[in-house]
Design a protein around this ligand. Structure first.
Ligand code: 5GP
Length: 235
């Protein structure tokens, strides 16, 4: 069976409807132009993703998460992935500044949902429902993904707020399981979300790597501790 190798993860499918998702220590940014390796990052992202998938499941969101299979590996339901990235934003940051005349850090009056076509060659362009339909994704499927994405936002925004963290924005990916259900896949980690400390505004996510704002591992460790209450035990 084919192994899917991405920039930060590897997915190994099995015949029994399950797959192993392995998180690497590699970090990339700006379409792979900036690269580095951080020992322990794979462990931290696997554990943080597992934690957030559990929070979502407890709140009625169906995800591909089944369990933890070892240090930097999760057992997940096998999905046929859509070639889409669904981004949800609560606060102005990152590429939104190129679209709206709003300053960094402005809270949005309501969340914005954006659709991107996942294609490295094209640089993950932003697309709309018409483009997605030509790519073979129906209106019903798009509405379902957007509905789940907004529900994820509701659950996680509250969850992070209670821990003194602002959920600025995040990226989700969806797939279809063997029963034809649309399920949240991929990861939810500081690689795929922006988290700001509510008091200091400090980034607790991959922006520390993108913009050389600090040490990635100690930042991800602090996030892990604030979410789980535990001291990280990666090697
Ligand atoms: P932006 O469009 O501002 O660059 O990103 C918005 C949010 O989605 C950020 O939290 C960012 O981390 C996440 N995001 C968008 N595209 C990607 C991507 O291709 N890979 C990853 N890991 N995260 C992404």
């Amino acid at each position: 069976m084919e192994v899917y190798e991405g920039k930060a993860k590897r997915v190994i499918p099995f015949d029994n409807g399950k797959a192993i998702m392995e998180f690497k220590d590699d970090a990339t940014a700006f379409d792979g132009k900036k690269r580095a390796r951080f020992r322990g990052k794979g462990w931290l992202n696997a554990q943080i993703s597992a934690h957030l998938f559990r929070v979502l499941e407890e709140n009625g969101v169906k995800t591909h998460f089944i369990g933890i299979a070892g240090d930097n590996r999760l057992i997940v339901e096998r999905l046929k992935m859509y070639p889409l990235e669904i981004v949800v934003r609560n606060v102005v940051a990152g590429s939104l500044k190129k679209r709206l005349p709003l300053e960094d850090g402005t809270e949005l009056s309501e969340p914005i949902v954006e659709l991107y076509y996942k294609d490295d060659g094209l640089g993950d362009p932003m697309i709309n429902h018409y483009h997605a339909k030509v790519l073979g994704v129906s209106e019903d499927e798009l509405r379902e993904m957007e509905r789940i994405a907004l529900r994820v936002n509701e659950v996680l925004r509250k969850y992070f707020a209670k821990r003194g963290i602002i959920l600025v924005d995040f990226k989700l990916e969806f797939g279809k399981n063997e029963r034809g259900e649309i399920v949240l896949g991929d990861e939810i980690s500081p690689d795929t979300c922006r988290f700001w400390d509510a008091k200091t505004g400090e980034s607790l996510d991959k922006d520390v790597f993108r913009f050389n704002k600090g040490d990635l591992i100690s930042t991800y460790e602090r996030l892990y501790k604030r979410l789980t209450g535990e001291t990280p035990s990666h090697r």
